[in-house]
Design a protein around this ligand. Structure first.
Ligand SMILES: Nc1ncnc2c1ncn2[C@@H]1O[C@H](COP(=O)(O)OP(=O)(O)OP(=O)(O)O)[C@@H](O)[C@H]1O
Ligand SMILES: [Mg+2]
Length: 279
């Protein structure tokens, strides 16, 4: 297994929670069942547990339909688990809240507001004064390199720029955790690489806890402190891997041995059983 540390799912919570501080995110034996149109019960998530320490960057990878988005929605409080509990910052999730910032793959900016107004949106609602609001917005505009576009409307931005605004908006609200569902999935590969570097830099400054969903193994390893590899039918955590790469991380790492070893291991986990499925 080389430099890659691996544990099985029943060790997932204790591994990630082995630091002294309590985890910022704790998912405990969460299951999610949906009713199919035919009246049967479909298990989207089966006894999923994970614990993400404060300021850690956790990544979920898994095949399409394994429940990654469902787990993010449950953490965001947009849906309720059928069983189990989710705690953020020690408090049980019982609905949506400003303590959880979300960035989705699809563009979710308000089209009728400028970049500045989009980033300021939650701040105004939280009662920040105009001066505080301007200061916060200016800081995050600078962080994501969009100072020159503050007065543009979303339709005047590229896809990558829109996602930079979405990241700035989420962080400006100072959440306890940032939930990101394939935020770069719709971008071309070059822009995606730039966005990964930008996110690493912004995250390094903000030190927020992150739960990040991706299909892309390279992205998972490049960004994450830990990678939760999920399996489907039913959706579950198959393995938790700690990323053995120091920070700051540059793109050159993708050609180095620890990176390649880890990539091979995750690929194997994602594709185990494929041969049987074909024959
Ligand atoms: N509202 C719903 N009603 C019934 N089934 C649903 C509903 N939402 C999701 N599902 C099912 O739950 C499973 C998990 O869906 P989810 O969107 O969480 O997967 P995912 O891992 O995010 O997939 P992808 O990588 O394609 O985004 C899928 O099989 C999906 O068909
Ligand atoms: Mg999804």
């Amino acid at each position: 297994m080389g430099a890659v540390a691996a544990v099985h799912k029943d060790q997932a919570v204790s591994l990630a929670a082995s630091g002294t501080a309590p985890p910022q995110l704790r998912v405990e034996a969460v299951s999610l069942h949906y009713q199919t149109p035919g009246g049967a019960t479909f298990t989207a998530l089966d006894q999923v547990s994970l614990a993400v320490p404060d300021q850690q960057f956790a990544v979920l990878v898994g095949p399409s339909g394994c429940g990654k988005s469902s787990l993010l929605y449950l953490t965001a409080g947009l849906a309720e688990p059928s069983a189990g509990q989710i705690h953020v910052g020690g408090r049980q999730v019982e609905g949506p809240g400003a303590d959880r910032g979300m960035v989705f793959q699809s563009y979710t900016l308000f089209p009728w507001l400028t970049v500045r107004q989009n980033i300021a949106f939650g701040l105004r609602r939280r009662g920040q004064s105009a001066a505080q609001c301007r200061e916060t917005v200016d800081y995050y505009l600078n962080e994501v390199g969009l100072g020159a576009f503050a007065d543009n409307y979303p339709k005047q931005l590229s896809g990558g720029m829109m996602q930079r605004v979405a990241i700035a908006r989420a962080l400006a609200n100072d959440p306890q955790i940032l939930l990101m569902d394939e935020p770069f999935g719709a971008l071309d590969s070059q822009t995606r690489l730039q966005m990964q570097q930008l996110l690493l830099r912004v995250w390094g400054n903000s030190k927020k806890t992150v739960l990040f969903v991706t299909h892309d193994i390279d992205e998972a390893i490049l960004l994450g402190d830990s990678v939760y590899v999920m399996g489907a039918r039913p959706g579950r955590i198959k393995r938790v891997l700690e990323v053995p790469l120091a920070r700051p991380r540059s793109l050159d790492l993708v050609m180095e041995r620890p990176f390649i070893e880890m990539k091979r291991e995750i690929f194997g986990l994602l594709h185990e059983g494929d041969e049987q499925a074909v024959s």
